[in-house]
Design a protein around this ligand. Sequence first.
Ligand code: SF4
Length: 353
Amino acid sequence: MKAYFDELATKYNVPVENVLSIALNRYGVKTNDFLDQRVRFSLNFSNSDLESFFALGVNTCLSSPFLLKGDLLYLEDTVIGKITKLEKDTCTSTYFRNNKKAITFNSNSRSKCAGCKFCGTYNLTDDDNIDFSTKQKVKDYFSNLLEENQIPGMNNIENVTICTGCFPSEDDLIKHLLLVNDAFLEMGFSGSLNYIGSQLRNKDKIKGLVNHISDFGIYLTLEKFLDREKFMRPEKASLTLEKAKDLLEYCSSLNITTTFLYILGLESLDAVYYYFNYFKDSINKFPIVQVFQNYTLEQENYRYEDAKNIEYYLKAREMIDSIFSDKKLTFKSWECFRGLHFDKSALERKLKK
Ligand code: SF4
């Protein structure tokens, strides 16, 4: 397998760590050390100063060539890196990205949300069950969070992205976004507030939000292009691709950050090519593409046959990069822990050596 990954790295002109990262996300790890279904850790690849963060399935893919033993990660019989900060991967309400300058906020208990075949958050420990129903509760929670992480104030945070389970209605979601925005303003936050989901559909209501929230972004969870109703909760699947395109175009016309999320590994590369082109002029930010992970053994059955091979992801990466290159949009690797792109700045550091 190592020789094959080296070959792919040469063929697609990417560092082998990039191929290994994609493979880790695709396969997850095997281990006999513990029983948890998900783990997260930082990984330092051998012979490299590159450090990356992973959140992976454990023993959820029988063909995984990666073995975690103690603090060492093996690719078959070869040690490929050392891990640190190992912990259970749960539905925690909040976590940091980008050197603690960005926060992902799961404010509406994703662990209680269910219905999408590729999602496994509801199989995890529900440690995201916190009451954020009032401004004061949001403020108290964030004050503690900042203090625990030695961050002087919300003015040190550049963006907060709300990525959460479905709300009972669009109006409930809007009420929540306004409440969080008000709480943050009172705490001195002046960064961008983004919403990841697909429950905001009404243009007038979106315009109303944009008038209230000074730097707002919409990251639409398209997830999949074909057979959407077979894979997703009815509320999510009810957004047709035509409606999604119209919505994204409208949001872009308001000059707010507009993009979509896609789970790679569930359908053909022809579909990826067609629909990334279909959507490319509707967005103003590089799409967030996530390698499909198995939360359970059964989910491997949803993986498109070609996507069982790592080359599928490298081909997709080339394709997507080339679709967006003429729009001058590029990725931010810290925004996606299971993306197709390895940490560029770390890579640049390596190349400068
Ligand atoms: S909407 Fe679907 S993908 Fe999102 S948390 Fe709920 S079940 Fe998971």
